[in-house]
Design a protein around this ligand. Structure first.
Ligand SMILES: [Zn+2]
Length: 469
């Protein structure tokens, strides 16, 4: 079976005494000097790029590194920097090789696009060689030691000499089962952090259609994302539509309120200032708060969705495609808030997708048309209403739906979540015989909405078979 690859970055703050951060700075400056030097070497010797990675490294070292057997290299590195440890040099060479390869690929793409455009404006802009180098230092083996857990010793350049410095590492520990790459020292504001790339290999999961055709049929986790209080409604369901577990992830109202407060403050500040300076971000701190609030919510909820799916043993996560955003009328804070609620859903899908992949779960999306308007069980049009209201019509946003055919009342978002899962099953089983028996013949004509009433379901499928909703 072919292998799939998952990667992520572990970010850990480094605790250091004052003064040490300067050594990080001097080390980084040196690293970039060396990398920029190798960029020039590659510029002068472009044939090196055609060699395999290992040969490219040794060729570049022969061109630049002075040893007893190689006493006069063509472009000596010692002209640029005197004290460069071997593994530091190699990390810088790889940074330069990566940058050069990226540049060459971009250049080739641009040339192709330009030739294709035949004088018309071209979509791809030409690549620009780096004017300044500002890369984070990669510590190869030999440049760092991990003595005990929670500590790391790094070799840093203080401007005169190299010294070993020990740090306490904060944040979370590396998760089990992941392979750690070389650490990187990255500056976040005043602090220095350790970024460690983690990777994991796992058997490549089968395509969704193949999984759904397997016997026994797998479970799937369907997620309905909303802009009301129940931000995400997840259901674990079988291919036949039976819901085994459901979870409402709430907090939308609180988020909405907190965001509106911040947006209101921004609006008031703007009113007091009068003009907003062009090309300059206003209310920086408040905007950062709004952004963090949304990012944090999206990260927490996507994590909970994936954990819920994983705990139930599903390997398929289903979302609906997001509809077009309809701007709301009203004050600035109201309009901006509605827009951000809409964006949040996209962010949640984006985050859930990679988190799910890292757990070996596939993510798919289905057509959103009428997932709320039709009964997930029989496909009939539902009545949507609130408690204490008459059961008639369709009131968007109301909490309950009642199906006039099944005579059942369920939560509207639960119904939608179930419909999303079933839509995927229908999509993967295009032949009418294999359609899930959940839909009764409704006599409706297909509307091309993805969910079609099954004409084969009149046989074994009966309304009493699925009493879980
Ligand atoms: Zn129904």
């Amino acid at each position: 079976m072919s292998q799939a690859h998952a990667t992520k970055t572990l970010r850990q703050p480094l605790e250091h005494r004052p003064g040490v951060s300067e050594w990080f700075g001097t080390t980084q400056t040196l690293f970039n000097q060396v990398a920029a030097f190798y960029w020039q070497v590659l510029d002068a010797h472009p044939t090196v790029l055609e060699l395999p990675a290992k040969d490219a490294l040794s060729t570049l070292e022969r061109l630049t590194h002075t040893t007893i057997s190689n006493s006069s290299p063509v472009m000596p590195l010692s002209d640029v920097a005197a004290q460069v440890p071997a593994y530091f040099r190699r990390a810088a060479i790889h940074a330069a090789l990566g940058a050069t390869r990226g540049f060459q690929n971009h250049l080739a793409r641009w040339k192709r696009a330009k030739a294709k455009a035949k004088g018309k404006p071209c979509r791809i802009s030409p690549p620009v060689p780096p004017r300044t180098w500002n890369r984070s230092v990669v510590f190869y083996a030999g440049m760092w030691k991990a003595a005990t857990s929670g500590r790391i010793t790094l070799k840093l350049y203080d401007g005169q000499t190299w010294r070993w410095v020990r740090f306490r590492v904060g944040g979370r520990a590396a998760p089990e089962g992941w392979q750690a790459g070389s650490p990187q020292a990255v500056q976040h504001g005043e602090r220095w952090w350790l970024h460690v790339s983690l990777s994991r290999k796992f058997p490549r999961p089968n395509k969704v259609a193949i999984q759904l055709a397997a016997d026994p049929k797998p479970l799937l986790c369907a997620v309905d994302l909303n802009i009301n209080d129940a931000l995400a409604v997840c259901t674990i369901q079988r291919a036949d539509g039976t819901v085994i577990a459901s979870r409402f992830l709430r907090g939308g109202d609180e988020l909405h309120g907190r965001r509106k407060l911040l947006l209101g403050r921004i609006a008031r500040n703007r009113r007091l200032t009068g003009v907003i300076a062009e090309g300059e971000q206003d209310n920086v701190a408040l905007w950062a708060k709004v952004r963090h609030l949304d990012d944090d919510t999206a990260h927490r909820l996507s994590r909970r969705i994936v954990d819920f799916a994983q705990a139930a043993g599903t390997a398929i996560l289903v979302f609906e495609h997001l509809g077009t955003f309809r701007p709301e009328r009203g004050k600035y804070s109201r309009r901006a808030n509605a827009k951000r609620s809409y964006w949040l859903r996209g962010k949640m899908i984006h985050f859930a997708r990679y988190k799910a992949w890292n757990a070996g779960i596939l993510t798919c999306r289905v057509n959103p048309k009428n997932t709320s308007r039709h009964c997930a069980r029989c496909g009939a049009e539902v009545v949507r209403y609130a408690v204490g209201q008459p059961r008639e019509g369709y009131q968007p946003g109301a909490p309950l739906v009642w199906c006039p055919r099944c005579q059942q009342t369920v939560h509207a978002d639960f119904n939608a979540s179930r419909a999303i899962g079933q839509r995927l099953v229908v999509r993967c089983n295009p032949s009418p015989q294999e359609k899930p028996p959940t839909r009764l013949a409704t006599g409706e004509t297909p509307k091309g909405a993805g969910v079609r009433p099954s004409h084969a379901a009149a046989g074994p499928g009966s309304a009493n078979r699925h009493g879980t909703a």
